[in-house]
Design a protein around this ligand. Sequence first.
Ligand SMILES: [Zn+2]
Length: 333
Amino acid sequence: MTATPVLAVDAGGTWMRSAVVSGGRLFGAMKRDSPNFIRNRLPLEDLQEAFLDEIRTTVLHYRERHFRFSSIAIAFPGPVRGGSVYGAPTLWGPMNSPYPLIRRLRGRLGGTGIRQIAVINDMTAMGWRYVSRRMKDFCIITVSSGIGSKIFWNGEAMLGSSAMGGEIGHWFCGDRYGNLVCDCGERGHLGAVSSGRGIAKLAASMLQSGGGEASAPEEQIESLDVIEGVLRGDRFWNNVLEESVKPLASAIRLIALSTGLSLFIVVGGFASSLGRAYTKALSNAVLDDKFMRTFNYSGRGIRIVIGESSDYQALRGLWNYLNSGNAEVYRLS
Ligand SMILES: [Zn+2]
């Protein structure tokens, strides 16, 4: 599963992105709505079936267009271990038991010409986009439907034996935000405050407490309102942004101080849409601490940068992963 073309699918909480990747180049890139729990008010089992259907439909879409591939690689929005997934908050909402994704896919992809399957966490895939001989140690953080992260250390993703490495979106970040519900069902998680979906909830809560005036009714606030408000320099929306990055800044401080990492790459639709305005707000919040300002990592301070703006970087990451020599690949039969 290396040099031959691969169908790569980035299954996000909002979008399903796919392309056939060959020689590191993307062909026939496509973006469709995810069958997520917000658009489809269905029981968990039905959402999982809808996901399998979507994967099969995607394979058949490329087959009809005469693309040749016998492998599929999927970037999944939750912890992945041993072919099972252990959560998918932005896609399926709360779940109580592991889901044997590889086994179910084997059942669903029969007759499509797929012979090999690989599934890894979406942030792991995203991080693989940036791994190179010169860049082996960094933390990648996504700020999109949810919050996810991954530490890469010496060119390998740090997952731990539980595969939970990088699930900082479900870190409880304090009673102050305790009324905000995370997609996983718990309250007060980082993803409930600092994600694209979270910031809309935070804005609504700040409006309720008389935090200022906004152009949208509070029950209809979306992350796009925040983006537009910040980009036009509106004070209220800038306050919302500054408030929303504080818990994420705390998480970054802890990661930096516990690992010594200095490079943080921020990706994801929400952060990318704000670009420099986002990294500036986040960097200011990280450095709003005397020790962090004076702490010097072997001559290099903390760098928070926006990653590539391409929608398809996880697909390139999947390709790099498959060609790393350490990919976990399952045979279909
Ligand atoms: Zn959570």
